[in-house]
Design a protein around this ligand. Structure first.
Ligand code: PLP
Length: 488
């Protein structure tokens, strides 16, 4: 009894101390945010970007050093830091926004640039759709949506699902027949390794939300489809960006990749064949990335929705039998089934279990009729679509060459990613958004390069999802806006 009393006292005393420390942490976090607000104002006056990777890396190294010195888990310390950094960026942005315009000592051009809202290809698509609703004709070269038809068998399966009474909730991971068919196609033996998702996009979200925690780090290789970063932001994970360049043929620097990994790093996201560049990694590079992920125990999220549109040998992450690989695929691109919203993930049964919790919480399952349509599509041969896209990409590349634009010929996917010409006296185009807006006025929609990474304001993405005649018309308008003479 006496012992119980003294333990009770000790517990109370410990709780009191914990409360005190919690308050101190709160006060310090508040002070830190106030300083961040001031940093935002100063950066605004200096015309600097909010994100400063060098400063971030310095504080990160300090935290690792100090955590180790005090015997604290550096993984936990970095997760805490990453949460503070995320909040700090939001507060700095607010600090910048509070500044009176008169206190900004930037040039008019800078002001124009900073006031310009960054747009993704989807935002351009929405704007183009609004214009269409007003009766304006638009040539859609901004969106990755094939114009050819979904397989007729998919439509028939959809229609007959009603007569068969197949319109019920299913296993969160999908109906067994479809998961078995996908497992066979992917060359894995166990359908417990497969989950059918509402599009490849949700497979990406389920992987990031199901496998990462707030404060964990994810590495993306840009330019890339922006969803990896968006999903990480959404769950409070932090994105580190490995930039690639047109000069290196969009090849990632593996030493740099390795140097970005620390104890908070949990996942590398790969996007090959790449959207927007069309780059396909060679086998050696893929071997090295998988070896690095394996060595450091990292998840490898390999988004392979364009794998069927690879026009040089493509190595899937599935070929490595790595238990932390998650491969994402989709019916959208191969079978032109974007609006069906069906894709899938193949991973270890354990990863699939964690991802299925996200899917169960968010959507229960993919609609059963849609799963039946996907099952029918899987039996079809998509080579006609693949050949069509290959021809269109060839056509697009030839036209961009005639326009003397610099770009790396795509190895796959459905896009080209040319660089804007760097100037000359008569150049009227400042950056990607400038060209996007000027072309939209002429009824041609293209995607701004910066939607695929902040460093790519001098690039645009042209989609090859429309017939050659339309691409021709759109590119002629682009050539005219760029002030380029077309070859005779
Ligand atoms: N992954 C990449 C790389 C994409 O470019 C896209 C769409 O553009 C998707 C996934 C989304 O596919 P889904 O329609 O299956 O969600």
């Amino acid at each position: 009894m006496a012992n119980n009393d003294s333990d009770g006292d000790e517990l109370e005393s410990l709780r009191l101390q914990i409360r005190g420390i919690t308050l101190e942490i709160m006060k310090k976090a508040h002070e830190r945010m106030e300083l961040a607000r001031q940093v935002g104002r100063v950066k605004g006056r200096l015309g600097r970007d909010i994100k400063d990777e060098k400063a971030e890396q310095e504080v990160r190294l300090m935290v690792i050093r100090e955590a180790q010195a005090m015997g604290m888990s550096s993984e936990f310390a970095l997760r805490l830091l990453n949460m503070l950094l995320g909040e700090s960026e939001a507060v700095q942005a607010a600090g910048m926004a509070q500044m009176a315009p008169s206190s900004i000592t930037a040039t008019n051009d800078d002001k124009k640039k900073s006031s310009q809202k960054k747009m993704t290809h989807l935002a351009v698509f929405q704007k183009a759709k609004q214009m269409e609703a007003q009766g304006i004709k638009i040539i859609h070269l901004e969106v990755g949506e094939p114009d050819y038809s979904a397989p007729a068998s998919a439509g028939l399966a959809l229609a007959s699902s009603y007569a068969q009474g197949r319109y019920h909730y299913t296993d969160t991971r999908g109906i067994p027949q479809l998961r078995i068919a996908i497992a066979n196609r992917a060359g894995v033996k166990d359908e417990a390794r497969v989950m059918v998702t509402p599009g490849g996009r949700f497979a990406v979200f389920a992987a990031i939300a199901g496998l990462l925690r707030p404060g964990d780090e994810l590495i993306t290789i840009e330019p890339a489809w922006p969803a990896y970063r968006e999903c990480a932001d959404f769950i409070g994970a932090r994105t580190k960006v490995l930039r690639t360049s047109i000069e290196s043929g969009w090849t990632p620097d593996l030493r740099e990749l390795e140097s970005m990994i620390n104890s908070a790093t949990k996942m590398i996201a790969l996007n090959y064949p790449n959207n927007p560049t069309g780059k396909v990694l060679d086998r050696k590079t893929m071997d090295a990335i998988v070896a690095l992920a394996r060595d450091r125990g990292l998840y490898l999220l390999s988004d392979e929705v364009y794998a069927d549109y690879a026009f040089r040998p493509f190595t899937s992450a599935l070929e490595y039998d790595y238990d932390r690989a998650i491969v994402v695929s989709s019916f959208s691109k191969t079978y032109a089934m974007t609006g069906f919203r069906v894709g899938y993930a193949v991973a270890s049964a354990d990863s699939i279990k964690k991802m299925a919790r996200v899917q169960a919480a968010g959507v229960t399952s993919v609609a059963e009729p849609v799963q039946l349509a996907a099952l029918a599509a899987l039996a079809e041969d998509p080579s006609h679509n693949v050949e069509l896209m290959k021809g269109r990409l060839k056509f697009l590349s030839a036209r961009l060459k005639e326009m003397s634009l610099r770009f790396v010929e795509p190895d796959g996917a459905m896009y080209a990613y040319p660089q804007l010409p760097s100037g000359g006296g008569e150049m009227i185009i400042q950056d990607d958004m400038d060209l996007v807006e000027k072309l939209l006025e002429k009824g041609v929609a293209i995607a701004p390069g910066s939607g695929f990474g902040d460093s790519y304001k001098k690039f645009v993405r042209i989609s090859a999802c429309r017939p050659e005649k339309e691409m021709e018309e759109g590119l002629a308008a682009m050539a005219a806006v760029l002030g380029k003479k077309e070859a005779p």
